[in-house]
Design a protein around this ligand. Structure first.
Ligand SMILES: [Zn+2]
Length: 413
């Protein structure tokens, strides 16, 4: 029962930042039957794990004089291990935010995501606006993708956090100055010419007010320019296209977010494919694109022209129930994902090790006593669906919980 792609996500902290450390890590993967690694090379703190000439202020200190990305690629190539560059997209509170605080997402009070309360504590992380132009997307993130593709012949660049924040704020972002300006135009609530003209319908001769949408009159309130951010945000999320009509504007709010996430995927793909024709693009996505479209702007079915490999994060904490129920739900979900991913080159489901052991962790059981069958049963469950690969989160947890041998036995290394 061996999959063609047997992958792990991994972090630079999983190994010593030296040539020797990189080789030892690649040997460990090889011994465990792993033939693809998705290495974290851009963090939520904005750090880059290569000596970037274009963004020197973002380079992690240990990578200023050590080209980690190049060394890892060499060590992987020597062992026929695929190397994928895992980059955190819109969660970035690093040098980009220090230089350009105006690029960050803002809520209806003008605050960033950092002050939101998550599980009783300030979240402390900054998310960048995908829509603003010029802004983080076109001035920072896409150029980083281009630079990486120009410099390194990795098997793919790998999107993560390619979405809006959902953990603390499914419906609160983004109402930055640029989005307040752009969203009404995007939604057709205002015309580029005759912007102040209401253009009421000639005859309201149909049963529903919404039936008279075709002339696309100005649908913004006439006092729009005098409203503050809070009132504008409320209108854009809770208002109606027609005075007296249904509260339907959330449709456009969600469509706007989905559009800009897909638009970024397109811009990144164009930059990467121009820099290095044939280089692939992969993405870590949520398990159900219909739901993630609504809640985090990530309808990944639309990514297919711009992303080659879809890696849904089918982690147990994204499913309800017992471990046995998880395996049933996992198998059923992968069957649905095959349809959603049919225009991608490959569907490579991802699972996380730690969440499999929810019960053991809650009981305070020593990881040395954890039943390894939970991991091997999960990997077997993926293999029988017939997908070409699987990806485990993450190398650090496999190490921490002592499960390299279990991976090797599962994957026939
Ligand atoms: Zn915005």
């Amino acid at each position: 029962m061996s999959l063609a792609v047997r992958a792990v996500w991994a972090h630079p902290s999983d190994l010593e930042p030296s040539r020797k450390g990189v080789i030892a890590f690649a040997e460990k993967l090889d011994r465990s039957g792993i033939n693809a690694v998705f290495m974290h090379l851009k963090g939520g703190d904005g750090r880059l794990y290569w000596p970037s000439p274009g963004f020197p202020e973002a380079v992690a200190p240990e990578c200023r004089d050590f080209d980690f990305a190049a060394e890892l690629l060499d060590a992987c190539r020597e062992r026929s291990i695929q190397a994928h560059a895992w980059l955190i997209d819109f969660f970035d509170g690093g040098p980009a935010f220090e230089r350009h605080p105006e690029w960050a997402q803002r809520d209806n009070e003008g605050n960033t995501t950092a002050g939101l309360i998550l599980r009783g504590k300030p979240w402390g992380v900054v998310w960048q606006c995908p829509a603003r132009r010029p802004g983080y997307t076109d001035q920072w993130l896409v150029p980083i993708y281009r630079e990486f593709a120009e410099q390194y012949a990795y098997d793919s660049v790998h999107h993560d956090y390619v979405r809006y924040p959902g953990d603390a704020a499914p419906d609160r972002f983004c109402f930055c100055d640029a989005c307040l300006e752009e969203m009404p135009r995007f939604s057709g609530l205002i015309n580029d010419v005759y912007a102040d003209e209401s253009f009421f319908h000639e005859r309201y001769d149909r049963p529903d007010i919404e039936s008279h949408w075709e002339p696309s009159p100005r649908m913004l309130p006439l006092n729009w320019d005098r409203l503050d951010r809070r009132s504008k945000a409320r209108f854009l999320l809770e208002g109606s296209t027609f005075q007296g009509g249904r509260a339907d504007l959330d449709y456009f709010f969600y469509a706007y977010r989905i559009y800009w996430i897909e638009r970024f995927c397109r811009e990144a793909a164009e930059a990467v494919r121009e820099a290095r024709p044939g280089m692939k693009i992969s993405a870590a996505v949520f398990k159900n694109p219909v739901l993630s479209g609504r809640f985090i702007g990530q309808d990944w079915r639309r990514f297919a022209p711009w992303v080659d490999l879809a890696l849904p994060m089918n982690y147990r904490d994204h499913f309800p129930g017992t471990f046995e129920q998880y395996l049933d739900l996992l198998g059923a979900t992968i069957e649905r994902q095959k349809d959603w991913a049919e225009d991608f080159e490959a569907l490579i489901p991802g699972v996380a090790v730690n969440f499999l052991y929810k019960e053991e962790a809650e009981a305070g059981l020593d990881p040395a006593m954890w039943p390894h069958e939970k991991l091997s049963d999960t990997l077997a469950c993926i293999a029988v669906t017939g997908v070409p690969g699987a990806c485990v989160f993450c190398a650090g947890q496999i190490e921490e919980f002592g499960m390299w041998e279990t991976v090797r036995r599962s994957w026939g290394g």
